[in-house]
Unconditional design. Sequence first.
Length: 194
Amino acid sequence: MTQQQLRRQLLDARASVSNAARDYAALQVGEHLLQLPELQQPCQIGSYFSVKAELPTHAINQRLMAQAHQLSLPILHPFRAGHLLFMQLNQTTQWTHNRFGIPEPELDVRHVTPLNQLNVLLVPLVGFDALGNRMGMGGGFYDRTLSAWRQGKINVLPIGLAMDCQYVDTLPVQPWDVPLSMVITPSKVWDFRG
Ligand SMILES: Nc1nc2c(c(=O)[nH]1)N(C=O)[C@@H](CNc1ccc(C(=O)N[C@@H](CCC(=O)O)C(=O)O)cc1)CN2
Ligand SMILES: Nc1ncnc2c1ncn2[C@@H]1O[C@H](COP(=O)(O)OP(=O)(O)OP(=O)(O)O)[C@@H](O)[C@H]1O
Protein backbone atom coordinates (compact mmCIF):
# COMPACT_ATOMS: atom_id res chain seq x y z
CA MET A 1 0.00 0.00 0.00
CA THR A 2 1.31 3.46 -0.83
CA GLN A 3 1.55 6.24 1.76
CA GLN A 4 -1.36 7.96 -0.01
CA GLN A 5 -3.55 4.83 0.13
CA LEU A 6 -2.74 4.29 3.80
CA ARG A 7 -3.62 7.94 4.57
CA ARG A 8 -6.92 7.54 2.70
CA GLN A 9 -7.71 4.33 4.60
CA LEU A 10 -7.00 5.94 7.97
CA LEU A 11 -8.97 9.07 7.06
CA ASP A 12 -11.92 6.86 6.07
CA ALA A 13 -11.72 4.93 9.36
CA ARG A 14 -11.68 8.21 11.29
CA ALA A 15 -14.58 9.61 9.27
CA SER A 16 -16.77 6.57 9.89
CA VAL A 17 -16.94 7.23 13.64
CA SER A 18 -20.27 8.81 14.64
CA ASN A 19 -20.31 12.33 16.09
CA ALA A 20 -21.53 11.00 19.43
CA ALA A 21 -18.73 8.44 19.60
CA ARG A 22 -16.21 11.10 18.61
CA ASP A 23 -17.38 13.43 21.37
CA TYR A 24 -17.28 10.61 23.91
CA ALA A 25 -13.76 9.72 22.74
CA ALA A 26 -12.72 13.34 23.32
CA LEU A 27 -14.19 13.23 26.82
CA GLN A 28 -12.10 10.16 27.66
CA VAL A 29 -8.95 11.55 26.05
CA GLY A 30 -9.47 14.79 28.00
CA GLU A 31 -9.69 12.83 31.27
CA HIS A 32 -6.39 11.05 30.56
CA LEU A 33 -4.73 14.28 29.51
CA LEU A 34 -5.77 16.26 32.58
CA GLN A 35 -4.44 13.49 34.82
CA LEU A 36 -0.91 13.54 33.38
CA PRO A 37 1.69 14.51 36.02
CA GLU A 38 3.07 17.07 33.55
CA LEU A 39 -0.23 18.97 33.62
CA GLN A 40 -0.59 19.24 37.39
CA GLN A 41 0.88 22.74 37.32
CA PRO A 42 -0.11 25.59 34.97
CA CYS A 43 1.46 24.99 31.56
CA GLN A 44 1.90 26.69 28.23
CA ILE A 45 0.06 24.32 25.92
CA GLY A 46 0.02 24.31 22.14
CA SER A 47 -3.28 22.81 21.06
CA TYR A 48 -5.20 22.76 17.78
CA PHE A 49 -8.65 23.70 16.52
CA SER A 50 -10.12 20.37 15.43
CA VAL A 51 -11.88 20.09 12.09
CA LYS A 52 -13.83 17.38 10.32
CA ALA A 53 -13.28 13.92 11.81
CA GLU A 54 -10.34 14.82 14.04
CA LEU A 55 -10.49 14.04 17.74
CA PRO A 56 -12.54 17.06 18.87
CA THR A 57 -10.53 19.55 20.92
CA HIS A 58 -13.13 22.21 21.74
CA ALA A 59 -14.16 20.77 25.10
CA ILE A 60 -10.59 19.74 25.91
CA ASN A 61 -9.33 23.26 25.20
CA GLN A 62 -12.06 24.74 27.41
CA ARG A 63 -11.15 22.41 30.26
CA LEU A 64 -7.43 23.16 29.92
CA MET A 65 -8.09 26.90 30.12
CA ALA A 66 -10.38 26.38 33.11
CA GLN A 67 -7.43 24.61 34.81
CA ALA A 68 -5.29 27.76 34.43
CA HIS A 69 -3.24 26.48 31.50
CA GLN A 70 -2.29 29.01 28.81
CA LEU A 71 -3.38 27.90 25.36
CA SER A 72 -1.78 28.68 22.02
CA LEU A 73 -3.12 27.57 18.65
CA PRO A 74 -1.23 27.15 15.38
CA ILE A 75 -1.49 29.50 12.44
CA LEU A 76 0.15 29.02 9.05
CA HIS A 77 3.34 31.07 9.07
CA PRO A 78 2.82 34.24 6.96
CA PHE A 79 6.05 33.79 4.99
CA ARG A 80 7.88 30.63 6.07
CA ALA A 81 6.04 28.11 3.89
CA GLY A 82 5.24 24.86 5.64
CA HIS A 83 5.85 26.28 9.10
CA LEU A 84 3.46 27.06 11.95
CA LEU A 85 3.37 29.93 14.45
CA PHE A 86 1.62 29.53 17.78
CA MET A 87 -0.66 32.34 18.96
CA GLN A 88 -1.63 32.61 22.60
CA LEU A 89 -5.39 32.93 23.10
CA ASN A 90 -6.81 35.80 25.15
CA GLN A 91 -10.16 37.52 25.69
CA THR A 92 -9.71 39.66 22.59
CA THR A 93 -8.48 37.01 20.14
CA GLN A 94 -9.79 37.71 16.64
CA TRP A 95 -10.44 34.72 14.42
CA THR A 96 -9.95 34.03 10.76
CA HIS A 97 -9.68 30.96 8.52
CA ASN A 98 -6.51 29.68 6.89
CA ARG A 99 -6.34 28.44 3.30
CA PHE A 100 -7.37 24.95 4.45
CA GLY A 101 -10.54 26.42 5.97
CA ILE A 102 -9.26 25.77 9.50
CA PRO A 103 -10.15 28.49 12.05
CA GLU A 104 -7.06 30.21 13.44
CA PRO A 105 -6.31 33.31 15.55
CA GLU A 106 -5.33 36.38 13.56
CA LEU A 107 -1.62 37.06 13.47
CA ASP A 108 -0.69 39.50 16.23
CA VAL A 109 3.02 39.64 17.04
CA ARG A 110 2.26 40.57 20.65
CA HIS A 111 0.71 37.16 21.21
CA VAL A 112 3.09 34.86 19.38
CA THR A 113 4.29 32.08 21.68
CA PRO A 114 7.85 31.01 20.79
CA LEU A 115 8.05 27.23 20.52
CA ASN A 116 10.61 27.06 23.31
CA GLN A 117 7.99 28.48 25.68
CA LEU A 118 5.54 25.64 25.09
CA ASN A 119 5.66 22.88 27.71
CA VAL A 120 3.20 20.62 25.92
CA LEU A 121 2.19 20.36 22.27
CA LEU A 122 -1.06 18.58 21.41
CA VAL A 123 -0.73 17.23 17.89
CA PRO A 124 -3.49 16.28 15.45
CA LEU A 125 -2.88 13.10 13.49
CA VAL A 126 -4.34 10.84 10.86
CA GLY A 127 -2.61 7.71 12.17
CA PHE A 128 0.04 6.58 14.64
CA ASP A 129 1.96 3.36 15.25
CA ALA A 130 3.42 1.31 18.10
CA LEU A 131 6.61 3.41 18.12
CA GLY A 132 4.92 6.80 18.21
CA ASN A 133 5.42 7.49 14.53
CA ARG A 134 2.78 9.82 13.18
CA MET A 135 1.03 10.30 9.88
CA GLY A 136 -0.52 13.73 9.42
CA MET A 137 -2.31 15.58 6.65
CA GLY A 138 0.82 15.55 4.52
CA GLY A 139 1.89 19.16 4.84
CA GLY A 140 4.91 18.41 7.02
CA PHE A 141 3.86 21.24 9.40
CA TYR A 142 4.33 19.32 12.61
CA ASP A 143 7.51 17.59 11.42
CA ARG A 144 9.02 21.04 10.82
CA THR A 145 7.67 22.27 14.16
CA LEU A 146 9.19 19.29 15.99
CA SER A 147 12.55 19.24 14.22
CA ALA A 148 14.01 21.80 16.69
CA TRP A 149 12.86 19.52 19.50
CA ARG A 150 14.43 16.45 17.90
CA GLN A 151 17.69 18.39 17.60
CA GLY A 152 17.57 19.10 21.32
CA LYS A 153 17.17 22.87 20.79
CA ILE A 154 13.89 23.10 22.67
CA ASN A 155 12.16 21.06 25.33
CA VAL A 156 8.49 20.30 24.76
CA LEU A 157 6.26 17.29 25.32
CA PRO A 158 4.52 16.40 22.03
CA ILE A 159 1.32 14.44 22.62
CA GLY A 160 -0.81 13.08 19.81
CA LEU A 161 -4.58 12.96 20.39
CA ALA A 162 -6.47 10.24 18.59
CA MET A 163 -9.27 7.73 18.52
CA ASP A 164 -8.34 4.06 18.83
CA CYS A 165 -9.17 3.39 15.17
CA GLN A 166 -6.25 5.61 14.17
CA TYR A 167 -3.70 3.04 15.36
CA VAL A 168 -1.71 0.85 12.98
CA ASP A 169 1.13 -1.50 14.00
CA THR A 170 3.71 0.06 11.72
CA LEU A 171 3.78 3.26 9.68
CA PRO A 172 6.34 3.87 6.95
CA VAL A 173 8.89 6.32 8.35
CA GLN A 174 10.48 9.14 6.37
CA PRO A 175 13.77 10.76 7.43
CA TRP A 176 12.02 13.97 8.55
CA ASP A 177 9.33 12.20 10.61
CA VAL A 178 9.61 12.96 14.32
CA PRO A 179 8.06 10.36 16.63
CA LEU A 180 5.74 11.68 19.35
CA SER A 181 6.48 11.27 23.08
CA MET A 182 2.95 10.20 23.81
CA VAL A 183 -0.36 9.46 22.13
CA ILE A 184 -3.59 9.54 24.08
CA THR A 185 -6.60 7.55 22.89
CA PRO A 186 -9.80 6.73 24.82
CA SER A 187 -8.52 3.28 25.78
CA LYS A 188 -4.84 3.97 26.42
CA VAL A 189 -2.13 6.49 27.25
CA TRP A 190 0.77 5.49 25.02
CA ASP A 191 4.14 6.62 26.39
CA PHE A 192 6.95 6.22 23.88
CA ARG A 193 9.66 7.84 25.99
CA GLY A 194 12.68 5.63 26.71
N1 LIG B 1 -6.97 20.95 13.12
C1 LIG B 1 -5.81 20.93 12.47
N2 LIG B 1 -5.11 22.06 12.36
C2 LIG B 1 -3.94 22.04 11.69
C3 LIG B 1 -3.43 20.85 11.14
C4 LIG B 1 -4.18 19.66 11.26
O1 LIG B 1 -3.82 18.57 10.81
N3 LIG B 1 -5.37 19.77 11.95
N4 LIG B 1 -2.23 20.89 10.46
C5 LIG B 1 -1.35 19.81 10.38
O2 LIG B 1 -0.45 19.79 9.63
C6 LIG B 1 -1.83 22.15 9.85
C7 LIG B 1 -2.61 22.32 8.55
N5 LIG B 1 -2.29 21.26 7.66
C8 LIG B 1 -3.06 20.75 6.66
C9 LIG B 1 -2.43 20.10 5.63
C10 LIG B 1 -3.16 19.63 4.55
C11 LIG B 1 -4.53 19.76 4.51
C12 LIG B 1 -5.27 19.25 3.32
O3 LIG B 1 -4.70 18.77 2.38
N6 LIG B 1 -6.60 19.28 3.34
C13 LIG B 1 -7.40 18.81 2.23
C14 LIG B 1 -8.47 17.86 2.69
C15 LIG B 1 -7.92 16.50 2.96
C16 LIG B 1 -9.02 15.51 3.24
O4 LIG B 1 -9.93 15.83 4.05
O5 LIG B 1 -8.98 14.43 2.70
C17 LIG B 1 -8.09 19.99 1.60
O6 LIG B 1 -8.31 21.00 2.31
O7 LIG B 1 -8.39 19.90 0.41
C18 LIG B 1 -5.16 20.38 5.56
C19 LIG B 1 -4.43 20.87 6.65
C20 LIG B 1 -2.03 23.26 10.83
N7 LIG B 1 -3.31 23.21 11.50
N1 LIG C 1 11.89 19.23 8.84
C1 LIG C 1 11.55 19.34 7.55
N2 LIG C 1 12.28 20.12 6.71
C2 LIG C 1 11.94 20.22 5.43
N3 LIG C 1 10.89 19.59 4.87
C3 LIG C 1 10.14 18.81 5.62
C4 LIG C 1 10.42 18.65 7.01
N4 LIG C 1 9.49 17.82 7.51
C5 LIG C 1 8.66 17.51 6.51
N5 LIG C 1 9.05 18.07 5.35
C6 LIG C 1 8.37 17.93 4.04
O1 LIG C 1 6.97 17.92 4.27
C7 LIG C 1 6.33 17.01 3.37
C8 LIG C 1 5.18 16.29 4.05
O2 LIG C 1 5.64 15.42 5.08
P1 LIG C 1 4.68 14.31 5.73
O3 LIG C 1 3.93 13.60 4.67
O4 LIG C 1 5.50 13.51 6.71
O5 LIG C 1 3.65 15.26 6.51
P2 LIG C 1 2.71 14.97 7.76
O6 LIG C 1 3.51 14.75 8.98
O7 LIG C 1 1.78 13.87 7.36
O8 LIG C 1 1.91 16.36 7.82
P3 LIG C 1 1.48 17.38 8.99
O9 LIG C 1 2.58 17.46 10.00
O10 LIG C 1 1.30 18.68 8.27
O11 LIG C 1 0.21 16.89 9.56
C9 LIG C 1 7.40 16.07 2.88
O12 LIG C 1 7.36 16.07 1.49
C10 LIG C 1 8.71 16.63 3.39
O13 LIG C 1 9.60 16.85 2.31
